[in-house]
Design a protein around this ligand. Structure first.
Ligand code: NAP
Length: 336
């Protein structure tokens, strides 16, 4: 009966003859039959939802409320624009109040929304629930993990790039890679095969915290200065001394926080990134330019808090945070 249901649900895979199932089919069915609940129909949420749906995986999109759901249902579904070609996928939408239990949840909202969004779904999480946390920076992942102690929380760090062109429409702007890992349990989950089938480039990372810390340090060395100097990444070549001083302080912080591997050659990599992305505006610069809230608390704010916890005096980093907070406040933007 289960197999018949699988056949019915997955016409792309199982249409046509009723040939006997192999062990491989059964494995594919088991993986692909657990729905992917995706929280947040923004840039990354849509990027994941559309590729999983295209591969035949069952996907449910969790929207904020009935009003957003009605708006979504008035359209054709989620549209992904890839290299100028657009395709729309009729992914099923629902609200947090939907009754179906959640076994696998991709958390694709901003870091500052993660805790409140999870609180709304708490009652739906199955005892074996797994959460994949896509948030940038650090802090939100641990906060969510503490909220759902029985669930397995997998942390992710992604270099893929996407942006919203409008509601329910996302442009795949930069191909990249997503590293996933669980500092507490080194065994990779079986559903990585779903990602393979969906063409989502990924790897299981035993050092996911090191990767997240490294990315946070790169972000702290580059993004706030691009906001303060109102420049593209390449504009920081004119502020090389300031960048170097920040890198030295960030490396000290990483060492102190037990992340020596993340500190290695930090300054050289920051210089490489500035050069390679010279023409780009950083994500924080784009947020500020568009009057959107930044994720400062999970980036520079997290770094400064960690320094304070270790009683580490990092004057340039602390001054950078004070300047950025003042800059955001002066423009009426949230500084947390
Ligand atoms: P985004 O485009 O702003 O999307 C976030 C989505 O979450 C929005 O659609 C928002 O809904 C939704 N949301 C927030 N609270 C919700 C709730 N309680 N229930 C349901 N939906 C909720 O953000 P993003 O760019 O995808 O970024 C997500 C995370 O990935 C961030 O931490 C970001 O730093 C990281 N990241 C992004 C990229 C990228 O290229 N975009 C790359 C790497 C990492 P509304 O539409 O209703 O506001």
């Amino acid at each position: 009966v289960e197999m018949e249901r699988a056949r019915a649900k997955m016409p792309g895979h199982y249409s046509g003859s009723f040939a006997p199932f192999t062990a491989g089919d059964l494995m594919e069915y088991t993986l692909m039959s657990t729905p992917w609940h995706i929280l947040g129909a923004g840039s990354l949420g849509t990027l994941w939802a559309t590729r999983l749906a295209r591969a035949g995986a069952p996907v449910r999109l969790i929207l904020r409320n009935e009003a957003r759901l009605a708006d979504y249902r008035a359209g054709q579904g989620l549209t992904l624009v890839e290299q100028g070609v657009e395709q729309t996928y009729p992914v099923v939408g629902e609200t947090p109040d939907s009754p179906e239990p959640i076994h696998r949840l991709l958390v694709a909202c901003k870091a500052y929304d993660a805790q409140s969004a999870i609180a709304q779904l708490h009652h739906r999480l199955a005892p074996d629930a797994e959460l994949i946390l896509l948030q940038n920076g650090l802090g939100s992942q641990d906060a969510v993990a503490a909220q759902v102690p029985l669930a397995r929380c997998i942390y992710a760090s992604s270099t893929e790039g996407a942006f919203r062109e409008g509601d329910w429409r996302v442009v795949f702007a930069g191909h990249g890679y997503t590293w996933l890992g669980d500092a507490g349990h080194p065994t990779p989950p079986l559903w990585l095969d779903d990602l393979q089938a969906a063409g989502i480039p990924h790897d299981w990372a035993s050092d996911i915290l090191t990767r997240l810390w490294r990315k946070l340090a790169l972000n702290c060395a580059i993004n706030p200065l691009t906001v303060l100097y109102q420049c593209r990444n390449g504009g920081l070549q004119a502020h090389a001394c300031e960048v170097a001083t920040l890198c030295a302080e960030l490396a000290e912080l990483l060492e102190c926080c037990g992340q020596p591997a993340a500190a290695q050659d930090l300054h050289s990599e920051v210089q490489r990134v500035i050069q390679a992305t010279a023409a780009n505006y950083s994500s924080m610069h784009q947020d500020v330019a568009n009057h959107r809230r930044t994720e400062i608390s999970y980036l520079l704010g997290y770094a400064c808090q960690a320094a304070a916890r270790h009683q580490l005096v990092l004057p340039h980093l602390q001054q950078l945070q004070a300047r950025l907070v003042e800059y955001l406040r002066a423009r009426g933007l949230a500084s947390d």
